[in-house]
Ligand binder design. Structure first.
Ligand code: ATP
Length: 219
């Protein structure tokens, strides 16, 4: 079996260091071949992005261009319509039939996964890696519904169980929690700062700040 591939979807409106650093750590710690950044065309479970898709795509491309283990994947944009992750995973499975797929998401996203289209089927195509996000995460499990807790209990990866399936020896089906360096950055906060004419230096790469200025985004 080939090494696992990380799958990272988001609106990236704009992309920030809270997206970049945790995924680099996950790539190293999980031994991923690479991480595919997949900007959503129309996110079905949240408000539409503020910024048009071409600019979000360009920002992601620019932010990851210097990191060889990060790859831009525009399949949700090319596909158009609502960007259901299940459809994305099905198409990735066709392209990468021998590679485990690891759907990477923050705890906030996982806590709301029951709202995703056919959420329980996601594990038929990928593992789910949940990274701990600042402030909200340590007690997040206490707030999960019974069905989400049962889903996690049934599929969670137990490190000490001998012979158990893990993300390197099976294509899909496990849920794994990982702790990453905590960066309390959100795109919402960045958009608010820009609206209030505050600096966003050191929250996003300098090249992204230049692009935002160049296109006059988030005013
Ligand atoms: P917004 O504030 O507009 O909701 P966001 O900053 O949460 O945006 P998204 O593009 O919606 O970013 O998130 C995509 C993925 O990135 C989600 O899985 C989310 O949990 C994760 N994520 C976002 N910010 C962080 C962060 N600071 N640390 C770890 N994961 C993050």
């Amino acid at each position: 079996m080939k090494p696992p591939i990380g799958i990272y979807g988001g609106t990236f409106d704009p992309i920030h260091y809270g997206h970049l650093r945790p995924n680099l750590e996950l790539c190293e710690v999980l031994g991923l071949d690479h991480v595919r950044f997949i900007p959503a065309f129309l996110p079905p479970h949240r408000n539409n992005p503020v910024t048009q898709v071409e600019h979000r795509l360009e920002m992601v491309a620019l932010a990851i261009e210097s990191e060889p283990s990060f790859v831009l994947d525009d399949r949700e944009i090319t596909r158009g319509g609502s960007s259901y992750m299940l459809d994305t995973l099905k198409s990735l499975r066709q392209d990468f039939s021998d590679s485990p797929l690891c759907l990477l998401m923050g705890m906030d996203a996982f806590s709301g996964i029951e709202n995703w289209y056919h959420w329980q089927e996601l594990l038929n195509y990928a593992h789910i890696i949940v990274s701990q996000r600042p402030d909200t995460d340590f007690h997040a499990q206490e707030l999960w519904s019974d069905s989400l807790s049962a889903f996690y209990q049934e599929h969670k990866y137990q490190k000490c169980k001998t012979g158990s399936k893990n993300i390197h020896n099976s294509l899909c089906g496990k849920i794994q929690l990982e702790t990453v360096t905590q960066l309390s950055i959100s795109a919402t906060d960045i958009r608010d700062r820009l609206k209030n004419k505050q600096s966003i230096r050191f929250l996003v790469p300098e090249s992204i700040i230049n692009l935002i200025e160049c296109y006059n985004l988030y005013n």
